[in-house]
Write a protein that binds this ligand. Sequence first.
Ligand SMILES: *Cc1c(COP(=O)(O)O)cnc(C)c1O
Ligand SMILES: [Zn+2]
Length: 450
Amino acid sequence: MPDVASVPPYRAHLRCFRGCPGQFSVYEVIYSCPACGGLLEVQHDVDALRARSAADWRQLLERRAGTSSFPYGSGVWGMREWVMPDLQDEHVVSMYEGNTNLFRAERLGRAIGLPDLWVKLCGNSHTGSFKDLGMTVLVSVVKQMMASGGSPVRAVAAASTGDTSAALAAYAAAAGIPSIIFLPSGKVSTAQLIQPVANGAYVLALDTDFDGCMRIVKEITQDNSLYLANSMNSVRIEGQKTVAIEIVRQFDWEVPDWIVIPVGNLGNISALYKGLKLLQDLGIIHKLPRLVAAQAGKANPFYLSFCNGFRQKVAVQASRTLASAIQIGDPVSYEKAVQAVTASNGLVEAVSEHELANAAARADLTGMYTCPHTGVALAALFNLVERGTIARSDQVVVISTAHGLKFTSFKVGYHEGKLAEVESDLANPPIYLPADLQVVKETIARKLQL
Ligand SMILES: *Cc1c(COP(=O)(O)O)cnc(C)c1O
Ligand SMILES: [Zn+2]
């Protein structure tokens, strides 16, 4: 079988998601449609891609997965023809992201009466969240722009609830490109704050919330010397969509019945759908999983929109939630997410602080180490199984979006019983004892009920 190097390069460009005429280069500084102001998306030449058979594509991806030949060993760049086909090797900024474990959640699944449960551990990645998948693409595109000469771009910038900035700072540092980060002061975890600091980004902690940071960064990046790395930048979606393709590959090219994903700005669920749709267009899969968008009740605009039948977009002032990375009141990728949910016959769920914290703790007791956002997705899953919406025989994948190690104070607070609006049903605090053999023996006997 000839490798792709021997076929003409595929093409991709930006166009309006709502279908206004016109197309733009991926290497142009443009974030929204000049005609209607709506989101852009990267459009691939699907007809050209279809010239290669489904079986050939499957084989090609399998052959590359996890190898060390640059850049194909990256879970993202192993699919480069579907991601950013004309990006040159010397501009790829990769830390071999992707290829994350699809965790067989056997004990948790059995406990909730859902034997075929899997958790996609996207947080097992360079900076600890799925944001790496998008940032490798964005920073590579910027590197190619800057190398071409004539580009006004001098640095990259993003407003963030914590994980976007960690990923941007790391990839920018790897590329030697300056980065500027806008964080809502006091609203991200210590780990998330210190990650971009350590990577040399200019970190501006603003006295506002995420939506307030977003307004400022949008204004600042009007001047094209700063390239905007937020999820309204649709280039990131191309990397993030690989997670859907990777899941399908890990199931030997079969699709699960459901995928449950925690959502905030709604970029990731849009990406999930875009990856699945591409597989369908290429004849590699023949049905879609139903997508469940899970929100924290404290920041639930998408849930409210779903409840009104998506007749209109709802924006709210997001309240403080333990799931801080999805504390977003006015989601940017709303229209794309509506398509994802509608076209997949999916739905939206919202959960309480109590539910998300206890769901995370329950998963941890089966060997995982879940972040609060994964807790949101798990709690939504528990509710849907309980209500019978998800059948016990269904195969379900939960997207775990970040590593629990980034959220230590969430874990400590839970096990100390100190989280607001949460009863820590599964608290397991350390036991402080004198260094006395007898006391230690008695305590162990009591715990193990010997
Ligand atoms: C960014 C993020 C999300 C939400 O993704 P969106 O694309 O904003 O919907 C969920 N969980 C974690 C840990 C994140 O960092
Ligand atoms: Zn338009």
